[in-house]
Ligand binder design. Structure first.
Ligand SMILES: Cc1cc2nc3c(=O)[nH]c(=O)nc-3n(C[C@H](O)[C@H](O)[C@H](O)COP(=O)(O)OP(=O)(O)OC[C@H]3O[C@@H](n4cnc5c(N)ncnc54)[C@H](O)[C@@H]3O)c2cc1C
Length: 528
């Protein structure tokens, strides 16, 4: 079957694309709006601004790939499409972080779960962060618009990995729901994390970015924004480094002069640009309160084959424990499943040698459940801080405190209970000192005394949020509810970095809705 490829078609038509790896000379460019980063925030914003008739330049540090490049193999996907080849970690290496680094950003590689911001999160933001304009009712039209643009609909064809999550919940009488996904004519392959080879995933790569380029926006791939250009407190544009084919700076610099810069480099990339640019920041907030939904994981072996790498990666979730103790109470957790591909599994599994090899050998029978800890709502959960290494690259320092560890232990207990209820023969929490447990009572006793410690308890995150907090008070927030940076005119932040807490839900739809809203407001401001 012929797969239509909007990227190769667009490039063959009138799209304006500059590839940093082919750049020979320094250059100066001009535009109305320079957008830094082409993920959920940057992509959506580019479409709104370009269709409003503004001259837009979209800069992305990763490569421009298309469905023809997506080979369904981890060995190519991770180095080609992910930050730090999918091996990005927090400063103490305790939490593995997945983020995209390619045109379309993390949306090119994400797992398609598309959920609206939970109402308790918006209420918390209104009550504690001065964000009264962001009520559920006020955002509803933007959610609806994003859902329509990206064909977001519930997916009811659950693969066994997801079906076992549903089964466990049913047995225990825990609530669960089907997940809406942003796909069109999906082949149900299960390789979303390696880039969609059929263009079914309605990521920014095949939706908003082509729309923006069709409307005249220019795209620069393999260019990294090093710093913003600021003269006498005025933002003038940015200085870019061209990157070679291995994404190393080639030494060629491009400057872009712009009336407005939109920072959309993601929740580690955006604070990094601000830190490198030494922007005014009187309350030292840049990069602070960065959240992860740190996720603990539980493996389970079933008699039947599960083949957790096949089929839509996420289609069932359980919010049974997310808000149980109230938004500001003990750490809640959302339960989902991940796709389980061999490299991902091998590098995440605890244990080594024979133990590790035995588990890998039973790969087809493995079900994995994850619990996403809702960080940022409680005073004892302040998140992490983005810092710069000596070479200017960012690293996230995310210390884990007792509050989060209590949540982690409860989540590991819930997942083991759930997996045994679903019929698991063995359950093993991903923890260096855990073993294969034969029954819920054995697991319950063992998990109660596992030491909850960095590097012993396996943790991962695909949801990086915060670091440029949005709010009503200048002492605690860097941008207002429109994303306008408080201390530098001409700078707006439109990506997941503006969340003042985590969400307690997968973030892409919240970013799309906020981007649609705040890009529209930016158009109004620019038109004066
Ligand atoms: C494997 C994976 C699975 C996920 N699954 C889901 C899911 O199922 N549902 C969901 O809701 N969310 C999911 N997410 C998270 C979701 O995709 C992100 O929260 C969202 O895309 C973040 O949007 P953003 O605009 O903040 O940043 P991103 O989408 O990450 O985009 C930022 C872009 O900026 C670029 N950039 C950074 N610094 C610079 C610079 N200096 N110069 C130029 N460019 C720069 C980056 O390369 C990147 O492409 C997943 C993420 C991953 C990685």
């Amino acid at each position: 079957m012929m797969i239509s490829d909007p990227i190769t078609q667009g490039l063959a038509s009138a799209w304006q694309h500059l590839d940093g790896a082919l750049q020979q000379d320094a250059q100066h460019l001009e535009c109305d709006v320079l957008i830094v980063g082409s993920g959920a925030g940057g992509g959506m914003c580019a479409q709104v601004l370009a269709e409003a008739g503004l001259a837009v330049i979209l800069v992305e540090q990763g490569p421009l790939k298309s469905s023809q490049d997506f080979k369904l193999q981890e060995r190519y996907a991770y180095p080609d499409l992910y930050q730090e080849s999918a091996a990005r970690k927090t400063k103490d290496k305790a939490i593995r972080i997945f983020q995209g680094r390619c045109v379309g950003g993390s949306t090119t590689v994400n797992w398609t779960t598309s959920l609206r911001t939970p109402e308790p999160t918006l209420q918390h933001w209104q009550q504690h962060w001065g964000l009264s304009p962001l009520s559920g009712a006020a955002l509803a039209p933007y959610f609806a618009k994003a859902e329509q643009m990206l064909n977001i609909q519930p997916w009811l064809n659950h693969n066994p990995n997801n079906a076992l999550l549903a089964k466990g919940c049913e047995k225990l009488n825990w609530s669960y729901q089907s997940i809406p996904r942003n796909v069109k004519q999906c082949w149900d392959l299960g390789y979303c994390g390696m880039g969609c080879p059929t263009n079914a995933k309605q990521s920014m790569l095949v939706t908003a970015i082509p729309a923006a380029l069709n409307a005249g926006a220019r795209i620069l791939s393999r260019f990294s924004v090093e710093r913003l250009l600021i003269k006498q407190q005025q933002l003038q544009g940015a200085s870019l480094q061209a990157l070679d084919a291995k994404l190393r700076p080639s030494g060629i610099t491009v400057t872009v002069r712009a009336r407005q810069v939109v920072l959309a480099a993601g929740a580690i990339g955006s604070p990094a640009v601000l830190l490198r640019s030494k922007v005014p920041d009187p309350y030292q907030l840049v990069g602070k309160r960065t959240f992860l939904h740190p996720s603990v994981m539980s493996g389970a072996l079933f008699t039947q084959t599960v083949n957790s790498h096949q089929g839509a990666p996420q289609s069932v979730y359980s919010d049974h424990f997310v808000w149980q103790d109230g938004a500001e109470g003990e750490c809640g957790y959302k339960m989902e499943v991940p796709p389980v591909h061999p490299i991902l599994l091998a590098t995440t599994l605890s244990g080594f040698g024979h133990f590790h090899q035995q588990l890998m050998a039973r790969y087809p029978h493995l079900q994995v459940t994850i619990a996403l800890l809702r960080d940022g709502f409680h005073p004892d959960s302040p998140g992490g801080t983005v810092q710069l290494r000596e070479d200017g690259s960012p690293v996230l320092d995310y210390p884990l405190h007792e509050f989060m560890w209590r949540g982690a232990r409860r989540a590991l207990l819930s997942m083991a209970e759930l997996q045994f209820a679903a019929g698991a023969r063995r359950v093993f929490p991903l923890h260096e000192q855990a073993r294969l447990y034969r029954s819920w009572s054995e697991a319950k006793q063992a998990i109660a005394s596992l030491p909850m410690q960095a590097l012993a308890t396996r943790l991962a995150s695909a949801h990086v949020m915060g670091g440029c907090a949005m709010g009503g008070d200048e002492r605690s927030s860097l941008v207002d509810h429109q994303g306008q940076y408080r201390w530098l005119s001409g700078l707006t932040v439109i990506d997941g970095s503006v969340f003042p807490t985590s969400l307690g839900a997968n973030p892409q739809l919240t970013i799309y809705a906020l981007a649609l809203r705040n890009a529209e407001l930016l158009v109004k401001r620019l038109r004066g």
